[in-house]
Design a protein around this ligand. Structure first.
Ligand code: TXA
Ligand code: MG
Length: 337
């Protein structure tokens, strides 16, 4: 079509899924929905294809990428020495939003793992798993956002960050937050995610949860050195994350939030149902009633284009999925009050 650019967003169909798989096999980059967030994928066994992901995202080269597999045969291609403990977690949570840190096989280019001798692997659900199976190769895929931006939960978010990249559109993602990343030796959570840590702990007693971000303890400012050391185990956690479309203030107390809003009526409140009676409807971004609902709408709210001076949000209890939500809010916040 002369003079008109074809849209890069392709609604999910048998045909578009096959087209995406063919592109992946050719060494191209494709964005696709997973059950957590959209991923920006490439053939994990092809270093030059994976290099395109780092370039597009402007991702620091020392931040390794998760490899997505469609079955256990593919897992054995990329990882070795899968321990009984890992097998237990795999049996319970795969396909699903759990990423395991395993010993890497040499077939995986060191670019994927940023030179580490471990590889992060997960078997996603649904469309993503179908796509990996159709491609027939493991797919390396970080979240499909430019580094530092909120993870994308719709195809439109991906197109915002990567105009022109082929995006398979499967609607908004089921969980809305990324997978939980677990290392096994010793057992510890490197990144909290869609599977709550306490659920994993029931299966692996002694599994260590990450310390709460030091910013809360310190009342804002830089991460504590303890948190920084721990975060360095999952390299991606070191970097600036989830920068919202405008300043985000995280309030620890409801009264402080209400008082701030009263003097800043042009701000927008990220609003779980329990708070919606406190603010005028046109000044709120509804987040739903449960932690699941909040997780689902959180990243879209951080990307909002609605008019408003600042985004305001109230802390939620650090229980279950609430821990993951608080981790993301703490990283996204410009200020914690
Ligand atoms: O839900 C998800 O996990 C999404 C979807 C697309 O699968 N992916 C995702 O990828 O969130 P990304 O790149 O945004 O985050 C991957 C995290 C980073 O913190 C990275 O440092 C860590 O996993 N990681 C990857 N390989 C690792 C390894 N070998 N050892 C420790 N951490 C690793
Ligand atoms: Mg990411």
């Amino acid at each position: 079509m002369a003079g008109r650019r074809r849209t890069s967003v392709h609604p999910l169909s048998t045909r578009s899924l096959r087209a995406a798989a063919a592109r992946l096999r050719r060494g191209e980059v494709v964005a696709f929905p997973t059950e957590t967030v959209y991923g920006l994928g490439a053939n994990a066994l092809d270093a030059s294809a994976v290099a395109k992901i780092f370039a597009a995202k402007r991702r620091p080269p020392d931040n390794p990428i998760i490899v997505h597999v469609s079955d256990l045969k593919m897992l054995r291609k990329v990882a070795r020495g899968v321990s009984p403990r890992a097998k237990t977690l795999i049996a319970r949570f795969w396909p699903g939003p759990l990423t395991l840190i395993l010993s890497k096989k040499s077939l995986v280019p060191s670019l994927v793992t940023a030179g580490l001798d471990t590889v992060a692997v997960r078997m996603p659900e649904g469309i993503a798993r179908d796509l990996v199976a159709a491609a027939g190769v493991p797919i390396a895929a970080p979240s499909a956002n430019v580094s530092g931006r909120p993870s994308p939960t719709t195809a439109a978010h991906v197109a915002e960050d990567f105009p022109g990249v082929f995006v398979l559109d499967g609607g908004s993602t089921k969980y809305g937050v990324e997978s939980t990343v677990v290392a096994l030796d010793p057992p510890r959570i490197l990144r909290e995610g869609a599977i709550p840590g306490d659920l994993l702990r029931k299966m692996i007693p002694g599994l260590r949860l990450p310390a709460s971000s030091g910013r809360l303890a310190a009342g804002g400012g830089a991460f504590s050195s303890k948190v920084q050391r721990r975060a360095a185990q999952s390299p991606g956690m070191r970097y600036v994350h989830y920068a919202p479309s405008r300043p985000l203030i995280l309030f620890l107390r409801k009264d402080d939030l209400a008082a701030y809003f009263a003097s800043h009526p042009q701000s927008l409140v990220l609003c779980p149902t329990c708070l919606s009676s406190l603010f005028p409807k046109q000044r709120t971004l509804a987040l739903g009633a449960s932690p699941e609902g909040i997780a689902h709408g959180l990243f879209a709210a951080l990307r909002t284009r609605r008019r408003g001076s600042e985004l305001l949000v109230l802390a939620i209890p650090r229980r279950g999925l609430g821990r993951t939500i608080m981790d993301r809010l703490t990283r996204a916040a410009t200020r914690i009050v």
